[in-house]
Design a protein around this ligand. Structure first.
Ligand code: RAM
Length: 344
């Protein structure tokens, strides 16, 4: 995989050039940046993360708040303690009753929130998914952090590099119905089967984006699979809990741990040798982009149709792609050499 440099948010960042990153729908082509229909309507935007207390959403939603308020809107954040769809539905219903202008949500299930989201849209609330999508028929836009094929492939590439392309691996995921993790896991399975015949996926476990449950699942994986060579955790909560557990276990340095992590949370484990390399995008940029997109929808600058363009401050101009998807860009890879440069 080719790696190239790029300036992101003031940092000289190493980014991944994915073979599959056909990101034609990323930054816009430099045209007007909207339909010009901008209204002076008071904009209220509520962010609904998968769960509260998840550091990833603390970063994304704080950046979203900054953008909403800088554009003159009102921001709030509500959400469940547990990453479950049932718990999210009641928050959507309340926002619909309050006629909130837009909901920005990371969905815990592709289908289960359909009724609530449809009711909200019928009541005039715009629905933007970010991070984890629903079925596209339930929302206006999906703000996608990075191309799913690229995210799946980079995780497999990293584990293969770290275990000499052979041996048993397991996946420690978030919740069992999470749209984003499930899409990435599907791709990982295909990628393993197609390009890594000597790596065997022995189990996929679910820690529900709960630190304690994720640590318990890590312990169980290590115990059940004594020959395990690597764990891929495509969730910031899972990988942080697994790193914490591994760092004091006799498997430290023997079982590779990679996946998607927040550099702030993993810095110490990279330095102490528990983790070699992992990846992520900037959650703050994702939240900010979602806030710009939601505001543009509410103001009527865009409708959410393919080809619509809007401006997202310092992130630049974006174009809505097929199925109402807006793509942020490529993720970064973090390791000992660059981790000190990143603080999302
Ligand atoms: C967790 C959540 C989120 C995911 C990141 C990588 O914080 O599951 O949805 O995008 O990890």
């Amino acid at each position: 995989m080719r790696i190239h440099s790029k300036k992101v948010a003031g940092l000289a960042a190493v980014t991944l050039a994915f073979a599959l990153a056909a990101t034609g729908c990323g930054k816009g082509s430099g045209d007007s940046g909207g339909t010009g229909a901008s209204s002076s309507k008071k904009v209220s935007i509520t962010f609904i993360p998968k769960n509260l207390g998840n550091p990833y959403f603390d970063i994304s939603d704080a950046a979203g708040k900054k953008v909403v308020e800088s554009l003159g809107g009102t921001y709030s954040q509500v959400g469940p303690q547990e990453a479950s769809p049932d718990a999210q539905a009641q928050y959507i219903d309340t926002e619909a009753q309050k006629h909130t202008s837009a909901i920005v949500i990371s969905s815990n299930d592709p289908e289960a929130l359909g009724d609530s989201l449809t009711k909200a849209r019928d009541a005039g609330t715009k629905v933007v998914t970010f991070d984890s999508d629903t079925n596209p028929k339930y929302r206006d836009l999906f703000i996608n952090q990075a191309d799913a094929a690229g995210i799946g492939k980079v995780e497999v590439d990293m584990v293969a590099d770290q275990i000499g392309d052979a041996g048993e691996v397991a996946i420690l995921s978030a919740s069992a119905n999470a749209t984003n993790q499930n899409a990435w896991i599907e791709i990982m399975k295909k990628e393993l089967a197609a390009s890594h015949p000597n790596i065997k996926l022995v189990e996929t476990a679910y820690g529900d984006d709960d630190p304690q449950k994720s640590a318990d699942k890590t312990a169980a994986l290590l115990q059940k699979h004594p020959n395990l060579k690597g764990i891929i955790s495509p969730t910031t909560v899972g990988i942080a809990a697994a790193a914490k557990y591994l760092s004091t276990s006799d498997k430290k340095g023997k079982v590779a741990l990679t996946g998607l992590g927040d550099p702030n949370e993993l810095r110490a484990y990279v330095k102490d040798g528990t983790v070699t390399e992992f990846a992520l995008w900037n959650p703050g940029d994702l939240g900010a982009l979602a806030a710009y997109a939601a505001t543009a929808l509410v103001k009527g600058d865009i409708k959410g149709d393919e080809g619509d363009t809007f401006k997202a401050g310092k992130l630049g101009q974006f174009t809505v792609g097929k199925d109402g998807v807006v793509l942020l860009g490529d993720p970064f890879k973090f390791n000992k050499a660059n981790i000190d440069q990143f603080k999302f």
